[in-house]
Design a protein around this ligand. Structure first.
Ligand SMILES: NC(=O)c1ccc[n+]([C@@H]2O[C@H](COP(=O)([O-])OP(=O)(O)OC[C@H]3O[C@@H](n4cnc5c(N)ncnc54)[C@H](OP(=O)(O)O)[C@@H]3O)[C@@H](O)[C@H]2O)c1
Length: 320
């Protein structure tokens, strides 16, 4: 069994292909990986900067889709099931899958689309619905709306009945955000803040922000009274600070969110996954797969993310 490992956290160029032990074990949930999602957290892991530290060497990757190759009796799973999983080590031909974060892959989705789903779409449900309290008909502004987290938020917000605005850095990315379902797309090179406030008649109800950095204060300025800014990540690198007088003056909230908040409710993750499954079967969400790389090119896949070139979700095809 082959997998891409981090021996030293020196970034994408230091990721190395290794021969790993076969994991198949009737007492454990093991997935034969067909496709792995490549996202910003993988990049952070490759540099040793991710919030969860794994001892080296470890196999890279956090999400994937494939077929169950072994499963304990009386589990949710049987050998041969098509699944998607949020489990460390997905850049490999087999992964020891975490049962709580492994879900049926909707029939409507390919393995590549399934690999693009668990992390970003669960985060979208967590951020928009649970932390954001999004109501039908509200307006959402998504930053980095052509990336993996961004396209997921655009699609889920639309599926939940919101009007969706998007902010991106290029015309090519604007097309991706529009294809994901954004009603209006604004370029960061223009005065997007004024345009968003005008298009939303005074401000949006929710900002979904996986980017952070220098645009953060403008995001706060885009909120309507009782608006919520959901902090998802810091792809721009810089962690912004909040002058809390702004929160008071405008009656607004800044709320942090990770997908794991869904686990606070009994069976919350499985419920969210089945809600996403229903959206996928109904055609309301369809993870946009951008660049797809063969298994041999894990480094190039990570570099796509590092160079800010993600268009939708970057995917590594593990076994075709
Ligand atoms: N909270 C959670 O549970 C959770 C879950 C998933 C991901 N995240 C976080 O969300 C963030 C986005 O992840 P992702 O996988 O969606 O990444 P991605 O696909 O690469 O998208 C990131 C977007 O950020 C924007 N960006 C601005 N400055 C950037 C820079 N210097 N380098 C790269 N991108 C830059 C880019 O959009 P423009 O070019 O249009 O500006 C890009 O499309 C990461 O911080 C990740 O850790 C958090």
């Amino acid at each position: 069994v082959r997998g891409w490992q981090i021996r030293q956290p020196d970034g994408p160029s230091a990721v190395a292909l290794a021969e790993l032990p076969d994991l198949v074990d009737p007492a454990a949930l093991v997935v034969g990986v067909r496709a792995a999602g490549v996202g910003f957290p993988d990049l952070l892991m490759s540099w040793g900067k991710f919030q969860v530290r794994q001892p080296t060497p470890f196999t890279l990757g956090w999400e994937g889709a494939g077929e169950v190759v072994s499963a304990p009796a009386n589990s949710y799973f049987a050998v041969g099931d098509r699944v998607m999983t949020l489990s460390f080590g997905c850049y490999a031909e087999q992964v020891a899958a975490v049962p709580e974060t492994t879900f049926a892959l909707p029939d409507a989705l390919s393995y590549e689309q399934g690999a693009a789903l668990p992390l970003n779409y669960l985060t979208a449900i967590a951020g928009l619905q649970r932390r954001g309290g999004l109501q039908d008909g509200e307006t959402v502004l998504v930053q980095g709306a052509a990336g993996g987290a961004g396209t997921a938020a655009v699609q889920v917000a639309r599926a939940l009945g919101a009007r969706v605005f998007a902010v991106v850095s290029s015309e090519e990315k604007a097309d991706v955000a529009r294809a994901a379902g954004a009603e209006e797309v604004f370029l960061i090179s223009a005065d997007w803040r004024a345009a968003v406030i005008e298009a939303s008649d005074g401000g949006v109800n929710l900002v979904y922000d996986p980017v952070g950095g220098s645009r953060f204060t403008d995001c706060l300025r885009c909120l309507a009274s009782e608006g919520r800014l959901i902090v998802i990540g810091f792809a721009a690198g810089e962690i912004p600070e909040v002058a809390v007088n702004r929160l008071l003056l405008k009656n607004i909230d800044v709320r942090g969110c990770t997908w794991s908040v869904l686990a606070n409710a009994p069976d919350g993750l499985r419920q969210a996954a089945s809600e996403l499954g229903a959206m996928a079967e109904a055609g309301a969400i369809r993870p946009p797969v951008g660049a797809t790389f063969p298994f041999a090119q894990a480094r190039e896949a990570l570099q796509t993310v590092e160079q800010r070139h993600s268009l939708g979700k970057t995917v590594l095809t593990v076994s075709p």
